[in-house]
Write a protein that binds this ligand. Structure first.
Ligand code: GLU
Length: 329
């Protein structure tokens, strides 16, 4: 962390908007960003924009600019950034050296099938399969000497407990869920888990607000905070996701729910934000409602963790029809 970031974090909470430039910023992501931004602006947190361009193998030209432009169109702004991850891999390499010096990481050449076959009770996680401690080599290099290999963190005690600002008490056991997880990939770049921790620490992030599909990741990230001696991890707020009528998280199979798609169809930002506001517990009609159109800035102080429905939100065909009805108005 730079000295400047350290100074700011002493006084002002700092949050980040951290889109992955996949070109698919959809209604679900937009809702989380809107909530994060409204909480920040109501409470006076500083907002950092971080483009997580390591999170996707190939970033197509123009997609980064389009992602930033979409956030602006929604009415969001930030005090710092955009910061990019691919600009300088030095901080992530340094973190790897620290972990290797402490004997906490090791290169791993096992294939996915080998891991599955040898793990006692394989658990298919979201992206990763469980890597049992029995597969961990006894000798660890003590040096980060091969950036073209997959490296894993040795997870000794994977139990993590914390108070999530939205969900309350959370208890995880990372050794049981994913085991020794990947911190560096053979693409010669850090894994999402390592990159996020290094960035959150160096950017002085104290508030992480995101979808609860990343709840298990919070556990891994807290283990890394501790392995890297980075001090207190941020406060986490994990929000329920937007889902399709089939109960699955919003994705391509539910039709084109990209913000850019509605924008191109002529749906005004205010109408789109009104739908998102309804999904944050502000009803369309009546006092405090979002009506047909509302600006993100008008929601500051109105969207709070108390207004957000406890259950997952369902994106219904009626919602899509309602958005389109406003096209060209
Ligand atoms: N870039 C991630 C995403 O768009 C967010 C990661 C995070 O908030 O930690 O899903």
């Amino acid at each position: 962390m730079s000295l400047q970031a350290a100074k700011i974090s002493e006084k002002t909470p700092i949050t980040r908007l951290a889109p992955s430039p996949t070109g698919a910023l959809h209604l679900g992501n937009a809702r989380t960003f809107l909530i994060n931004w409204c909480l920040a602006r109501a409470a006076g947190w500083r907002v950092v924009l971080r483009i997580e361009d390591l999170d996707t193998p190939r970033v197509k030209p123009g997609v980064v600019e389009a992602t930033i432009e979409t956030l602006r169109w929604l009415g969001l702004d930030w005090d710092e950034g955009p910061h990019f991850q691919t600009t300088d891999l030095g901080p992530y390499r340094r973190a790897m050296r620290t972990l290797a010096d402490a004997g906490r990481v090791y290169p791993c050449t096992l294939s996915r099938n080998e891991i599955l076959a040898s793990a006692s009770a394989p658990n298919e996680g979201d992206h990763e399969i469980r890597y049992d401690a029995s597969l961990r080599p006894a000798d660890r290099p003590g040096r980060f000497d091969d950036p073209e290999a997959n490296w894993r963190l040795a997870v000794y005690d994977g139990r993590v407990r914390f108070e999530d600002a939205y969900r309350g008490r959370v208890e995880l056991d990372i050794a049981q869920s994913v085991g020794d997880f990947v911190v560096w990939t053979k693409r010669a770049c850090p894994s999402y888990q390592l990159a996020v921790v290094v960035d959150d620490a160096r950017q002085g992030i104290t508030e992480v607000v995101r979808g609860d599909d990343l709840l298990d990741s919070a556990g891994r990230q807290m283990l890394l905070y501790s392995a890297l001696n980075l001090g207190e991890p941020p406060r986490y707020t994990h929000l329920p996701l937007v889902r399709g009528t089939d109960g699955r998280r919003l994705a391509k199979r539910h039709g084109d729910t990209r913000i850019d798609h509605y924008r191109a169809a002529g749906v005004p930002a205010a109408r789109l934000v009104a739908l998102l506001a309804r999904w944050c517990g502000l009803e369309a009609a009546g006092a405090g409602g979002a009506g047909d159109g509302v600006r993100a800035a008008d929601l500051i102080g109105r969207i709070s963790l108390d207004t957000i429905p406890r259950a997952d939100i369902t994106f219904r065909p009626e919602d899509d029809a309602w958005l389109r009805l406003g096209a060209g108005r």
